[in-house]
Ligand binder design. Structure first.
Ligand code: PEP
Ligand code: MN
Length: 362
C-alpha cells in the first residue's frame, strides 16, 4: 500500500481529536468547539452530522445543516474539522463544506459495499480518512476497508480503535481487545492509530485509564467526545465530558516514549526481557506436555467409547485452577480466557487423535 504521512501526526504526539458525538444545534456545536479549542490541547475538531444509530427511535443526526456549523467552528478556531461519512452523498456534502478529515464509523466498516461506495466517491480527491474498527472483531474487514480506500487513491489514512461489541456483562460498552489493534499497528506501521476511549468505555469514568493505556501502547492519537452539557446530550450522554473535563483528562496523561537513550535502564530491561523469554520457553514446553497427555486421554476415551467433553471434570478443573490463579495474583478474567484457550486446544488434540485412529482402522 502506498501510504503518505498526515502532517499533524508528524508534528505532534498524541494528536487529539475532540468535539461532540453529534452536532445538535448551532449554539451547542460552536460553543463546544470554542471551549475545546480554548484548552490549547486539541488538534482536530469532530462532530457527527449523520448518526448511524442502532435503534430507529434515537436521534439520527442533524444532517447537512450541521456542516455549516462545523465550517464556522473551523473559521473561528483555526482548527481542522472532521465528520463521519457513511455513503456517497455524505462524502460529496462533506468535501463541499471543506471538511478536512472524514472518518468511517464502526457500523460502516463492516459493510464492504458501503466502504467501496465511499472509496469511489473519494477517487481523485486528496482526502484524509480515518477508519474505525468494525463492530465485530474481524481484522480482515478493517484491513479490507483500508485497502479499498487505498486502491481508490486515498493515501492519507488513519485507524481508530473504538472497541468491539460483545454479548453479556462487561465494564466496557465495547471490549477493547487491545491485541487486535496492536496487530493492525504491526500490519500497517505507517498508518497512525488513534484510540477512541469514549466508545470503548461508554462512561466518563474510564476515559482517563483507557487513554493512558493507549498512549502506553504507543498510539499516535486520541478521539474523545465532548459536549458543553453532557447530561443533556442527544446521543451518547454517559460518555461525553465537558471541554474543561477533557482538559483535566489530558493534563493527567503521562506521555511515555518507546525508547530512551539510557544505558542503565536499557540493560535492566534487557535482563528482565531475557527472564521473560526463558519463562515463555518453559510455559510452551509445559503446554506441549499437557497436550501430549490430552492426546493419551483421547486414546483411552476412544478405546472405551467415551465422549471427549465431560462437563463435570471440566468444571472441577475451572474451580481448582481459578482458586490457584487467584493466589498467584491472576485475575478471574484472565483465568477464564486462559482455561478456555487450553480447553479448546485439548479438545482439538483429542478430536484429531480420535479421527486419525478411525481413518487408520479403515
Ligand atoms: C461516533 O464516533 O460518534 C460513532 C458513531 O462511533 P462508532 O462508529 O465508533 O460507533
Ligand atoms: Mn458517539
Amino acid at each position: 500500500m502506498k501510504i503518505e504521512p498526515i502532517k499533524i501526526f508528524q508534528q505532534k504526539r498524541p494528536v487529539i481529536v475532540s468535539g461532540p458525538c453529534s452536532a445538535e444545534t448551532e449554539e451547542q456545536t460552536l460553543e463546544t468547539c470554542r471551549r475545546v479549542a480554548a484548552t490549547g490541547k486539541v488538534d482536530i475538531l469532530r462532530a457527527g452530522i449523520w448518526k448511524p444509530r442502532t435503534r430507529p427511535n434515537s436521534f439520527e443526526g442533524i444532517g447537512s445543516e450541521g456542516l455549516k456549523w462545523m465550517r464556522k467552528a473551523k473559521e473561528e478556531t483555526g482548527l481542522p474539522i472532521s465528520v463521519e461519512v457513511a455513503n456517497f452523498n455524505h462524502v460529496f456534502e462533506a468535501l463541499k463544506a471543506d471538511v478536512d478529515i472524514l472518518w468511517i464509523g464502526a457500523r460502516t466498516t463492516v459493510n464492504p459495499f458501503s466502504v467501496q461506495e465511499i472509496a469511489n466517491a473519494l477517487e481523485g480527491t486528496d482526502a484524509t480518512v480515518f477508519v474505525k474498527n468494525p463492530i465485530n472483531a474481524d481484522l480482515e474487514l478493517w484491513t479490507g476497508a483500508l485497502e479499498r480506500l487505498n486502491r481508490a487513491g486515498v493515501t492519507k489514512l488513519g485507524m481508530i480503535h473504538r472497541g468491539f461489541a460483545q454479548h453479556g456483562n462487561s465494564i466496557y460498552r465495547n471490549e477493547p481487545k487491545w491485541q487486535l489493534a496492536v496487530e493492525m499497528k504491526l500490519r500497517f506501521p505507517d498508518i497512525p492509530m488513534l484510540c477512541d476511549p469514549s466508545h470503548i468505555a461508554g462512561n466518563r469514568e474510564l476515559l482517563q485509564p483507557i487513554s493512558q493505556q493507549a498512549l502506553d501502547m504507543d498510539y499516535e492519537g486520541l478521539m474523545i467526545e465532548s459536549h458543553i452539557d453532557p447530561e443533556n446530550a442527544w446521543s451518547d450522554k454517559q460518555q461525553q465530558v465537558t471541554p474543561e473535563q477533557l482538559d483535566e483528562i489530558l493534563n493527567e496523561l503521562t506521555i511515555r516514549r518507546p525508547e530512551v537513550p539510557d544505558i542503565e535502564l536499557n540493560e535492566k530491561l534487557k535482563h528482565l526481557r531475557r527472564q521473560i523469554d526463558m519463562v515463555d520457553d518453559d510455559l510452551l514446553e509445559l503446554l506441549g506436555n499437557r497436550m501430549k497427555i490430552a492426546e493419551e486421554i483421547g486414546e483411552v476415551k476412544k478405546e472405551k467409547g467415551v465422549t471427549i467433553l465431560q462437563t463435570n471434570r471440566w468444571e472441577e478443573i475451572i474451580e481448582k485452577a481459578s482458586a490457584k490463579g487467584k493466589l498467584q495474583g491472576l485475575s478471574e478474567r484472565f483465568m477464564i480466557r486462559y482455561l478456555n484457550a487450553i480447553h479448546q486446544e485439548s479438545i482439538d488434540h483429542q478430536n484429531e487423535v480420535m479421527n486419525r485412529s478411525e481413518l487408520e482402522e479403515e
